[in-house]
Design a protein around this ligand. Structure first.
Ligand SMILES: Nc1ncnc2c1ncn2[C@@H]1O[C@H](COP(=O)(O)OP(=O)(O)OP(=O)(O)O)[C@@H](O)[C@H]1O
Ligand SMILES: O=P(O)(O)OC[C@H]1O[C@H](OP(=O)(O)OP(=O)(O)O)[C@H](O)[C@@H]1O
Length: 229
């Protein structure tokens, strides 16, 4: 058997994860052609690298099909309601920093807080006859955040990408998405509510709590974690 390690299959998150393991003596590599999702691990035996979408890593860890995985805190909190029963965070990796925030048009000069948004939402419904729309792919986290804040008069609109564009495209009035440099928000004339921080995220190494390890795998896991430690 082997220990299965899940890593995002593309982009900065993959490269930074490879670097992070590399500085700890474990060489992770994509192999084969540019388009082939094949990979290799050097520096430790009996560990298999699985390349997959960052958004699918939480589910695979929760199902026990991966033993270890690297993905953002935001994706774990969003995808797994009871994440702390299913996964254990082993280490924050110090990259992939992003804040999940709630933002409204800069032109809404009277709306700076969640209370303002609540008032604006009630007024919006009265004027337009439908609820103020918030575009996001983080449905669970946004619903929970707004429930605690006491904001109820809104509708979530699913947006799996280019979320900041939904306001200009008139498919939403507000958005909840991750921001890093803030450039995408600024370019799309959006501002973060002063109390609109939903979650701070970064790339994290997670261990599945549901996998059962036999003796050989347990020894590999111990060696691997000691090397990463
Ligand atoms: N601009 C950014 N700066 C820093 N981290 C980011 C940025 N955008 C996304 N991330 C983080 O990277 C991780 C992957 O994000 P996301 O799900 O958007 O990836 P993706 O490239 O759309 O992946 P896939 O389509 O394969 O699921 C998330 O944890 C997210 O917080
Ligand atoms: O604050 P910034 O540094 O501008 O980064 C934030 C942007 O980065 C991510 O988008 P990504 O590039 O992954 O594209 P997407 O919108 O298709 O998810 C995120 O969804 C924001 O749109």
């Amino acid at each position: 058997m082997t220990i299965k390690l899940g890593v995002p299959s593309k982009g900065r998150l993959m490269e930074k994860t490879f670097e992070w393991f590399g500085t700890r003596g474990i060489e992770l590599r994509r192999t084969g052609s540019e388009r082939e999702y094949a990979a290799s691990v050097e520096g430790i035996d009996n560990v298999t690298l699985v390349l997959l979408s960052a958004g699918e890593i939480p589910r695979e860890l929760a199902a026990g099909r991966l033993h270890l995985g690297v993905t953002g805190t935001d994706l774990v909190h969003e995808k797994l309601a009871l994440f702390d029963q299913l996964l254990e965070p082993l280490e924050e990796l110090g990259f992939g920093h992003a804040d999940l925030i709630l933002a409204v048009p800069q032109a809404w000069i009277d709306v700076d807080t969640l209370d303002d948004l609540d008032a604006a939402a009630a007024m919006f419904r009265e004027v337009h006859g439908f609820r103020l729309r918030i575009a996001t792919k983080y449905h669970r986290l946004v619903r929970e955040f707004l429930r605690v804040a006491g904001v109820a008069d809104y509708a979530l609109v699913d947006s799996q990408g280019a979320t900041e564009g939904t306001v200009k495209n008139e498919t939403a009035e507000a958005i909840a998405d991750i921001t890093s440099s803030g450039e995408t928000l600024r370019a799309n004339h959006l501002k973060i509510l002063s109390d609109g921080m939903i979650l701070r995220s970064q790339a994290t190494l997670w261990r599945s709590r549901v996998t059962k390890l036999d003796g050989a795998d347990r020894a590999t896991m111990t060696r691997l974690l000691a090397q990463l430690g």
